[in-house]
Design a protein around this ligand. Structure first.
Ligand code: NAP
Ligand code: SF4
Length: 674
């Protein structure tokens, strides 16, 4: 008897029988653009093997003007069809099903050729779109239908028509972007004409026996977004036009509300899918911040949806459903919704991967082969780098001893999980702890490894991490100065605090210090109030008329840096704005271009600019140092002195800009070749 009877129940869409209720949501990986279709096929085949019910590909452009960026992949030629055929064959060989997403970006297309219902530039693109005339609209519809026909020719089980997230079809639906006065604009019946016509033509192009997923925006989170009545009207019309299933879209890309970041409550938007479900006769799919089989099961069991879409969790673990079905859910590597190796990579033009699973999108290149000669491996440091080394090395057949001075595994991840909004790190540490129970791993916790302890091992890996950098600011007697470690562990800091250093940790510390009470990430109602999200049946687009109502800050915080630039500029590409907005809502005073003169009992003396002008006392009760990290290399240096060869990874190797992503990736790659 499975723990997940609803999740693992089959479902039939347009005559296509899916083996379970999980949908792997569309993600742009960048793999198609490498031209290496063997690699694309391996990526999807691994997820099919791992039990995904229906895979949806990354968005494929129906034509050049609709591509998200110039050169975006699509199905334009016979060669393209042959390439896609490799993917569909590989997925079908694993017993899976796959639909191709057709994504027309409209005014979000990053190129001069972009087109839209009206010539209104988007706030997130430098390119003003060209307003389409009647013939131009017909061309777009025809191109989408042609892409659908080609998808079927390439062996796909159907398509997903991307109608949400503020892309082309969504742009026709709302007056925010559609100011037309012809039959494609004006009242709602006219504004929804294009999406409905697209669905009708796609269905006609594919025939009745193919899955047609329509991704519908349930909450736009932009001014003048759709009302709930309009959402329901569209859903019904799309059903009549031939959709087999409705997938949930949340928020336009230009929305100033986070929709998938780690601080968004789990399943924080599933109530919208639940509300839509009784309005239509076709199945509905819920989405956003669902990352465990338990949660997916609960949503299905309580009737919120007929299927559950998870996207990034399939990067974190290609075997998500297979492990759940085998009663091994604790072994599913959790997506912590950090975006660090997936979306942040996409928006930097890099190939997608995953912080917790460096093999994601690197399936053919990073392979954990069984070791030809099993070795005895000592790993010192049970932070992300050391833990990943131990897991991969033992998986390959090596015998590993993992040392740490601490009595628990996790290293700095145990600090991260204390930050409000980063609760997902608890699950990540739990996963590491589970995987470290592998028979080939001996945990030697509470033991500071010395050079002599490492004798007799075939390989020694030093992953001793980092220690906080002392910025060397003069401190007067009686002044209160804390490390970020003490601050995150809850040491008393008083009511006014200065944080020195505005990197990732400075932001985390500031977030922790201004917060009190329940984390909004664990209380969806609180979270919605903080970000000004209402119900779309109350307010158009789901934006509360009074805007964000953040909980008052627990204390007054100054967040400082020496660089004369906006603090937080170097945070994650897709999440930095959330951290900055969150602290701004809590009235944190962020200042760049400061010099730290001295820390006195009555506060922190700073000056401004290169000439150290305008000395000023920030009258604070405590100063928290978040001035970066130095590698912890004491043991490594001792091994060097004794001529003992070893590998140095993670923060012990390079502390600058160190993050868990780089540490885990470096560890996995080392362990793959030990
Ligand atoms: P960091 O990002 O390198 O930031 C260090 C901060 O300290 C900077 O603001 C720097 O700004 C300042 N600083 C450096 N040397 C200083 C000195 N001698 N005196 C005074 N200030 C100094 O390091 P971190 O904040 O410790 O974070 C470490 C890593 O953890 C990050 O690289 C990040 O990847 C990861 N992390 C990320 C997040 C996230 O993305 N949310 C959260 C936590 C940790 P100035 O030089 O301008 O003063
Ligand atoms: Fe999830 Fe982070 Fe991995 Fe992206 S990088 S899939 S958000 S864990």
């Amino acid at each position: 008897m499975t723990e997940y009877p609803h999740l693992l129940a089959p479902i039939t869409l347009a005559g296509v029988s899916l083996r379970n209720r999980s949908l792997m949501g569309s993600m742009h990986t960048g793999l198609e653009e490498t031209g290496d279709w063997g690699r694309v096929a391996s990526f999807y085949a691994a997820r099919a093997k791992g039990g995904a019910g229906l895979i949806v590909t990354g968005g494929m452009a129906p034509n050049r003007e609709g591509g998200v960026f110039p050169g975006a992949a699509g199905l334009f030629s016979a060669a393209d069809i042959a390439n896609h055929r490799r993917v569909t064959d590989a997925v079908h060989a694993e017993g899976g099903h796959i639909a191709m997403q057709i994504l027309h970006a409209g005014r979000y297309a990053y190129g001069k050729e972009c087109v839209a219902p009206s010539a209104i530039k988007s706030p997130i693109s430098p390119f003003p779109p060209r307003e389409l005339d009647e013939a131009g609209i017909e061309k777009q519809v025809a191109d989408v239908a042609t892409a659908a026909a080609r998808a079927i020719e390439a062996g796909y089980d159907g398509v997903e028509v991307m109608g949400s997230e503020g892309y082309f079809l969504n742009q026709f639906l709302v007056t925010h972007t559609n100011r037309r006065t012809d039959r494609w604009g004006g009242d709602y019946a006219n504004r929804m004409r294009l999406p409905v016509e697209v669905v009708r033509r796609v269905r006609a192009a594919m025939g009745p026996g193919a899955v047609l997923v329509y991704r519908i925006s349930l909450i736009d989170l932009v001014p003048d977004g759709s009302s709930w009545e309009e959402v329901v009207q569209l859903a019904k019309a799309v059903e009549v036009a031939g959709a087999s299933v409705l997938n949930t879209g949340i928020g336009w890309h230009e929305a100033r509300v986070p929709t998938i970041a780690t601080s968004v409550p789990r399943a924080g938007f599933a109530h919208l899918t639940a509300r839509l479900r009784p309005e239509v006769s076709i199945p509905v799919i819920t989405s956003n911040r669902i990352n465990t089989p338990e949660l997916a099961e609960r949503l299905l069991a309580e009737g919120s949806a007929d299927m559950v879409s998870m996207a990034r969790p399939w990067l974190a673990d290609a075997g998500f459903i297979a492990k759940a079905a085998a009663g091994r859910a604790a072994e599913i590597a959790p997506c912590i919704a950090c975006n660090q190796a997936c979306l942040d990579h996409t928006f930097s033009g890099k190939l997608t991967s995953c912080l917790v699973n460096p093999r994601a999108c690197h399936e053919t290149e990073l392979v954990y082969e069984p070791a030809t000669v099993p070795k005895r491996v000592a790993v010192v440091g049970a932070g992300p780098a050391g833990m990943m080394t131990a897991i991969v090395a033992s998986k390959r057949g090596h015998r590993v001893a993992l040392f740490d001075t601490a009595t628990e595994v996790g290293g700095q991840l145990n600090l991260a999980k204390r930050v409000p909004g980063k609760e997902e790190f608890y699950g990540l540490v739990d996963w590491f702890a589970t995987m470290l129970r592998a028979p080939g791993i001996e945990l030697r916790l509470g033991q500071t490894a010395a050079a002599e302890d490492l004798a007799g091992f075939d390989e020694v890996v030093i992953a001793t991490g980092v220690r906080p950098r002392d910025p060397g600011i003069p401190v007067e007697p009686g002044a209160k100065v804390l490390s970020y470690i003490e601050a995150l562990k809850g040491a008393g800091v008083g009511q006014r605090v200065a944080v020195v250093g505005a990197g990732g940790i400075g932001f985390d510390v500031a977030e922790t210090l201004v917060h009190e009470g329940v984390s909004p990430t664990l209380d969806a109602g609180l979270w919605r109030a903080e970000w000004g999200v209402s119900a779309p049946w109350q307010d158009r687009g789901g934006l509360a008329p009074d805007g964000p109502q953040p909980h008052p800050p627990a204390r007054e915080v100054f967040l400082l840096q020496r660089k004369a630039e906006k603090p937080g500029r170097h945070l994650g590409k897709t999440t930095g704005w959330i951290h900055r907005a969150s602290l701004a809502m809590k009235q944190v005073k962020m200042q760049g271009g400061v010099n730290y003169e001295r820390i006195a009992p009555d506060g922190l003396w700073i000056s401004h600019g290169p000439n150290r002008e305008q000395p000023e006392l920030l009258a604070v009760d405590a100063v928290v140092l978040c001035a970066g990290q130095e590698p912890e290399r004491g043991l490594s240096a001792e091994l060097d002195r004794r001529g003992i060869p070893h590998h140095r990874i993670g923060g012990a190797d390079v502390a600058a800009e160190l993050d868990a992503k780089r540490a885990i990736d470096q560890a996995a790659r080392l362990a793959a070749r030990l």
